[in-house]
Ligand binder design. Structure first.
Ligand SMILES: CC(C)(COP(=O)(O)OP(=O)(O)OC[C@H]1O[C@@H](n2cnc3c(N)ncnc32)[C@H](O)[C@@H]1OP(=O)(O)O)[C@@H](O)C(=O)NCCC(=O)NCCS
Length: 189
């Protein structure tokens, strides 16, 4: 498994694969900002917007690619304007295909995002996700920063507000080495 940065053209070329990955995550409980039931048109529109933003250098898109060249994970890095007028780095839609979770792929994607962020603080939009997403953020050194009301289409038994985590990269120790191939104990969630 390797992490690659996609260009806008690459994003369009891989659009169906990326859409399949998003659908897999939503089918297994993540919201990722999409209404339910998932409309494939919404997903493709989102990805076309991402491709445009990538081409305009407003966003970066990273993918985890397996040895057969298939996309098994993805992560977006958006640059937004913060309240203080500074440009903020926002990590979004970190996704790993559900059958491959628990092997360090999410960690590798986030490490690459952090490397690309080049900001002292990275915000991570964990969405109204599962406890797994929250545990992932905390494990990677992020602290809960706040939540914002959201979001349409959630199942009744799931949280309805987006959780935002942040992490200061200034003076942070270098990331722990990880081995993407090393199997680890699978977790539920
Ligand atoms: C969150 C997500 C990206 C994690 O991907 P992953 O490849 O399984 O993550 P990793 O294997 O790198 O896990 C890193 C750490 O996060 C924690 N973690 C990840 N998933 C967890 C879960 N379901 N339950 C508890 N802890 C979890 C663990 O502490 C893990 O470290 P450990 O295995 O050494 O204990 C993946 O579960 C996913 O795609 N979820 C759906 C999309 C989503 O909610 N994205 C938002 C994330 S901010």
């Amino acid at each position: 498994m390797r992490i690659e940065k996609l260009s806008g053209t690459d994003t369009l070329r891989r659009l169906d694969e990326l859409a399949g990955l998003l659908a897999d995550a939503v089918a297994h409980g993540a919201s990722l900002g999409f209404n339910r039931p998932l409309d494939p048109g919404d997903v493709k529109k989102h990805l076309a917007d991402v491709a445009r933003a990538v081409a305009a250098s407003d966003r970066q898109l990273f993918v985890a690619v397996d040895e057969r060249g298939r996309v098994q994970g993805s992560a977006e890095l958006a640059f937004e304007l913060c309240a203080d007028g500074q440009r903020c780095a926002m990590a979004q839609k970190i996704i790993v295909r559900h059958v491959l979770r628990g092997h360090g792929i999410g960690t590798a994607l986030l490490a690459r995002v952090e490397q690309a962020a080049g900001h002292s603080v990275v915000f991570l939009d964990a969405g109204p996700g599962t406890s797994g997403a929250t545990a992932f953020c905390r494990r990677l050194g992020y602290s809960f920063t706040g939540s914002s009301p959201q979001e349409a289409g959630r199942a009744d038994d799931l949280p309805t507000s987006r959780a935002i985590f942040s992490k200061s990269l200034a003076g942070a120790p270098s990331a722990e080495p990880f081995d993407l191939e090393a199997p680890r104990e699978r977790r539920a969630g």
